[in-house]
Design a protein around this ligand. Structure first.
Ligand SMILES: [Zn+2]
Length: 246
């Protein structure tokens, strides 16, 4: 498949499933977990800040870390790649499904999930918290006025970061929705993710196995590349521009 065939396939597709990873947020300047681990935080291992054990041991420390990451993402804005996917959702309506491995909440802030299609954040997000008692999910207050931990407005229970931590499973309903959408997709896009990170490869093969087209957008070759219908060696925003609208 060449670029013009890939464009045609995407334009004609009734059902489109998309998976995004860190690559799409790079252009918004979102620091990675590792980038953010500077100064005071450098002495911690990631699992000392992002695991159920760490939270049980020292909830104030873990919340302080997540409050910092929340400030980082709220200081950033969605980029042209996020906007392109929001526009694609508007075009495809309920035939559009977007799963992301990112926790920065930028797809939601770009409008994804509210334009007729569905957005699933496989690893949760930094911009909401979840009640440890009743499970209620609520947006965090604006970063300036935020002192953790947040308290549930329904039951006054303590809330935890709404993130899937090391040692926790991805939410089953989210995975199932993603797997169904990729199996049903005429065209799937795999954007800015290495393909090694679960569940990228599995989702791509769901689409390929049913005869669908899978297009990758990634500046580097990945382990998935040899298996896919077409690969664009581009950043997310440039690759999406080339595929959908120029
Ligand atoms: Zn509650």
């Amino acid at each position: 498949m060449n670029l013009s065939q890939a464009r045609d396939a995407l334009a004609a597709a009734r059902r489109v499933a998309v998976l995004t990873g860190a690559g799409i947020s790079a252009e918004s300047g979102i620091p990675t977990f590792r980038d953010a681990q500077q100064g005071l935080w450098a002495r911690f291992r990631p699992e000392d800040l992002a695991s159920p054990d760490a939270y049980h041991r020292d909830p104030a420390l873990v919340w302080e870390w997540y409050a910092g990451r929340y400030r980082d993402v709220m200081a950033a804005t969605p980029n042209a790649g996020h906007d392109r996917l929001a526009r694609l959702e508007r075009e495809k309506g309920d035939g559009f499904f977007l799963a992301t491995q990112n926790v920065d909440g930028l797809h939601a802030r770009a409008g994804s999930g509210t334009l007729g299609g569905q957005l699933v954040e496989l690893h949760g997000n930094l911009i909401t918290a979840r009640c440890e008692v009743c499970g209620q999910v609520e947006a965090l207050p604006a970063p300036e006025g935020f002192t953790p931990p947040p308290v549930c407005s329904r039951c006054s229970g303590r809330m935890r970061p709404n993130i899937v931590w090391f040692g926790e499973f991805l939410p089953e309903d989210a995975l199932e929705a993603a797997s169904d959408a990729f199996a049903a997709a005429d065209v799937a896009l795999i954007i800015g993710t290495s393909g090694v990170v679960y569940p990228a490869a599995g989702l791509a093969f769901e689409t390929l196995g049913r005869g669908g087209t899978v297009i990758e957008i990634n500046p580097s070759e990945t382990e998935l590349t040899p298996h896919l219908s077409f690969s664009l060696r581009e950043t997310a925003s440039r690759g999406l521009a080339a595929l959908n609208g120029g």
